[in-house]
Design a protein around this ligand. Structure first.
Ligand SMILES: C[S@@+](CC[C@H](N)C(=O)[O-])C[C@H]1O[C@@H](n2cnc3c(N)ncnc32)[C@H](O)[C@@H]1O
Length: 231
């Protein structure tokens, strides 16, 4: 079965980098990166022996043991210094941010860091923003009823992002793809359905209302820009 989320992450990886897939589990991404000739060498890293055993099977079956090195590592601890692209996908925001925090002194050696967290995407962008880093690319992938947001950033300096950029994604807003407009509608619908169930105004309901207003305004602007662009 295809994995559109990992395919999109592989698409976003810059050609010619040496990638470290942190939390590789089955090593599906490293195999894609080698097979698509994005990388000549990939480090498939995981904190646990179990996932690394699955990774070993995948790599062996693909005949790529020469190019994919399996590494037992908590975050970046044992990742070789020549890695210049890092991918942290399919994990929670707190795990991903913790791994990045602990590797702060070496983050500038990566040309590209790709993060895809299950939830708390806004917090992930906030973390990037608070460190003054630059978001260079973003994508939305919808698969089996779930929206995945993939963010690529580097450590070059950037002014802090605005509230709407943190909520909706600076590059997603800029690119204004059909996938993004669909995602806006789903976000807005989800927020409005929670708000419809609120019986009284609370701090939380005010916050949700504010977020819904941001999504509505970004969506309306995206629709207007699309119409203006395709006249
Ligand atoms: C849900 S899997 C995601 C697999 C793959 N990256 C993907 O996106 O499909 C998360 C993996 O992260 C690993 N992991 C969790 N914390 C980690 C850490 N501190 N360092 C390295 N790997 C970690 C887990 O062992 C698990 O295999």
């Amino acid at each position: 079965m295809r994995n559109l989320r990992l395919e999109k992450i592989a698409d976003m990886v810059m050609k010619g980098v040496t990638a470290a897939d942190i939390g590789t589990d089955h090593a599906l991404l490293p195999v894609m990166l080698i097979e698509q000739k994005k990388c000549e060498r990939v480090y498939a890293c995981d904190i646990s022996e179990g996932p690394l055993k699955s990774a070993e099977r995948t790599v062996r079956n693909a005949g790529l043991a020469e190019q994919i090195e399996l590494i037992l590592s908590d975050g970046f601890a044992n990742v070789p210094r020549d890695a210049d692209c890092a991918v942290l996908a399919g994990m929670g925001y707190y795990t991903a941010a913790g791994i990045l925090e602990r590797a702060m002194e070496r983050l500038s050696s990566f040309r590209q860091i790709i993060v895809e967290v299950n939830r708390n995407v806004k917090e992930m962008r906030q973390w990037i923003s608070e460190h003054g880093f630059t978001i260079t690319d973003e994508a939305v992938v919808s698969e089996r009823g779930f929206d995945y947001i993939i963010i690529s950033f580097n450590t070059q300096g950037h002014v802090p992002y605005t509230e709407r950029e943190l909520e909706c994604g600076p590059v997603l807003i800029e690119k204004n793809s059909p996938e993004f407009r669909g995602y806006c509608v789903r976000q807005l619908t989800a927020l409005e359905s929670i708000l419809a169930k609120q019986t009284r105004e609370t701090e939380n309901s005010r916050m949700l209302k504010h977020r819904a207003e941001i999504w509505r305004s970004v969506y309306e602007e995206a629709e207007n820009t699309k119409t203006a662009g395709s006249k």
